[in-house]
Design a protein around this ligand. Structure first.
Ligand SMILES: Cc1cc2nc3c(=O)[nH]c(=O)nc-3n(C[C@H](O)[C@H](O)[C@H](O)COP(=O)(O)O)c2cc1C
Length: 349
């Protein structure tokens, strides 16, 4: 009986955790003890911070208020959760804390009731935010995208200018689209609608080119059989590698459609073609589609006699060669961001 009860309790906890998969499922309490659903903040960019009034980091309230004033109008909300778990540096009632913050830092963002962020009594919102890595101190921050994804965690010592730069990017739809793009290598079985491909190509050919020469040729493959047929040739030549990949659908990272970009055979035009490609990838991203720039399959196509029928079907004019292929489709994965090396950048002042 006891075992059964423990099992039922465990099952119940599992159901609870599984059902709270989105930040909008959580409820918090405001200063008056009233329940607030975080679904009220759907569509907003959120900066969630655990605060304390007697901490060395408390002056960060000044920066937080400055960021709030600048970006609130563009959709930023800062959610402030006072927490007394770090050096007991947030003593006092909610009222006392709130009075201190308004008097000293003139804060205008919502301040919620005190909560615990670590340990057995940690608020479920924080259990979700932390994902296993405890909060180290006051003024840890989480940036949440407009569609509820955790974009970044900042430790208390992380520069507020970094937080502001990320906020500036994320409130701007063009910049956040640029930052959200990833190479997608898993797609659902659904070809992209022809009309959408046309919009994407339009965005592509709007890219700048040297003297507006537009030295590229673009071929959009919607013929599923053509993709399947060339994949059969690839499979024969790479049987072992293909058999190891249980998700293998085709040689173009499993995408249902391809945008093939050609440049002059005797060189040149690559820069222009690259700009065209990035425009198309960002347009696709903005339309809920995923892409992956592919060089590997192009080298294989250009060097495999049995695959010539594929290139023939592309109807590439004399004097041009296939340069790269964009795989495109509806994503079936949400890849993590790959690291970027900011040390390669220098500002010459
Ligand atoms: C010119 C070029 C060729 C690429 N070729 C391939 C490829 O053959 N196969 C592949 O899976 N990804 C390919 N990629 C994608 C890169 O691996 C990817 O852009 C890079 O790892 C950074 O990841 P991200 O695009 O998700 O930010 C290529 C990208 C470029 C720009």
């Amino acid at each position: 009986m006891k075992k059964l009860m423990i099992f039922s309790l465990l099952a119940f906890v599992c159901v609870l955790t599984a059902s709270a998969q989105s930040i909008y499922d959580f409820k918090v309490k405001d200063g008056a003890g009233q329940e607030v659903s975080l679904s009220d903040y759907k569509g907003k960019l959120l900066l969630i911070v655990n605060t304390a009034t007697r901490c060395g980091f408390t002056p960060q309230y000044k920066d937080l208020e400055a960021i709030y004033e600048k970006y609130h109008g563009e959709g930023l909300e800062i959610l402030d959760f006072p927490c007394n778990q770090f050096g007991q540096q947030a003593p006092g009632s909610f009222q006392e804390i709130h009075q201190f913050c308004t008097a000293n830092y003139d804060i205008h963002f919502p301040q919620f009731d005190k909560i615990e962020v670590n340990g057995d009594n940690a608020h479920p919102l924080y259990v979700w935010l932390k994902g296993g890595e405890d909060i180290k101190w006051n003024f840890t921050k989480f940036l949440i995208s407009r569609d509820g994804k955790i974009l970044r965690r900042y430790e208390p010592r992380d520069k507020m200018s970094d937080v502001e730069a990320d906020v500036q990017i994320e409130v701007n739809p063009v910049l956040s689209n640029i930052m959200a793009r990833r190479s997608v290598r898993k797609y659902i079985d659904k070809p992209v609608e022809h009309e959408k491909l046309e919009v994407i190509v339009r965005a592509g050919i709007n890219a700048p080119s040297g003297m507006n020469r537009q030295p590229w040729i673009v071929r959009v493959v919607e013929d599923q059989k053509l993709i399947a047929d060339v994949t059969e040739v690839y499979k024969k030549a790479n049987a072992e590698q293909v058999s190891r990949d249980k998700d293998f659908k085709n040689m173009f990272r499993n995408a249902p459609n391809l945008i093939c970009v050609c440049t002059p055979s005797n060189g040149g035009g690559e820069l222009d073609a690259g700009l065209l490609g990035e425009n198309m990838m960002l347009a696709a991203q903005a339309m809920g589609l995923g892409t992956c720039c592919l060089g590997g399959p192009v080298r294989w196509l250009n060097s495999t006699a049995d695959a010539k029928f594929f290139l023939d079907r592309l109807d590439i004019p004399e004097g041009y060669k296939l340069n790269y292929i964009l795989a495109i489709g509806y994503p079936d994965e949400q890849p993590e961001a790959k690291p970027r090396d900011a040390s390669k950048v220098k500002y010459i002042k």
